[in-house]
Design a protein around this ligand. Structure first.
Ligand code: HEC
Length: 116
């Protein structure tokens, strides 16, 4: 029995690692033809990086990764609110983007980048 258990642990660890390093599971914004990916490239990449990994801007602003870390905006509504209103170094998009476009970006963040 312990053997089977150990085997299961090893298998799950391997799957987990493959997910992190294999590249197979990583959603590539730059290769996506989805509309929300093009919205991301036009509006968000300049600060969050081409693949949403975050970066430090020239003025020293730390822009967080949208893929991993301690998320401030956890629920769909919180993510939507951040996109619409911005805050803390982020511009708000409610004047540039439609309701539907912002909802699509919420999905991109949650589903494609965070895998939730
Ligand atoms: C001017 C630079 C800038 C642009 C452009 C920008 N962001 Fe941000 N974004 C930030 C900064 C800085 C933060 C951190 C805010 C904070 O700490 O409260 C942030 C935070 C976020 C968060 C919350 C992250 C968390 O911890 O949960 C989300 C989601 C987000 N941005 C999505 C987007 C999307 C989608 C776009 C494009 C529509 C975008 N951002 C465009 C700078 C930017």
């Amino acid at each position: 029995m312990p053997r089977a258990k150990l085997f299961a642990v090893v298998v799950f660890a391997a799957i987990g690692l493959a997910g992190c390093f294999g590249g197979g599971g990583r959603y590539m914004i730059g290769e996506s033809k989805a509309y929300e990916a093009s919205l991301y490239r036009q509006n968000c990449a300049i600060c969050h990086g081409p693949e949403g990994d975050g970066k430090t801007l020239d003025d020293g602003t730390r822009v967080p990764s949208l893929r991993e870390g301690e998320f401030k905006a956890k629920t769909e509504n919180q993510i939507y609110d951040q996109i619409a209103n911005g805050g803390n170094g982020m511009v708000g998009f409610r004047r540039q983007l439609s309701e539907r476009e912002m909802r699509l970006l919420v999905e991109l963040v949650k589903r494609d980048l965070r895998g939730q």
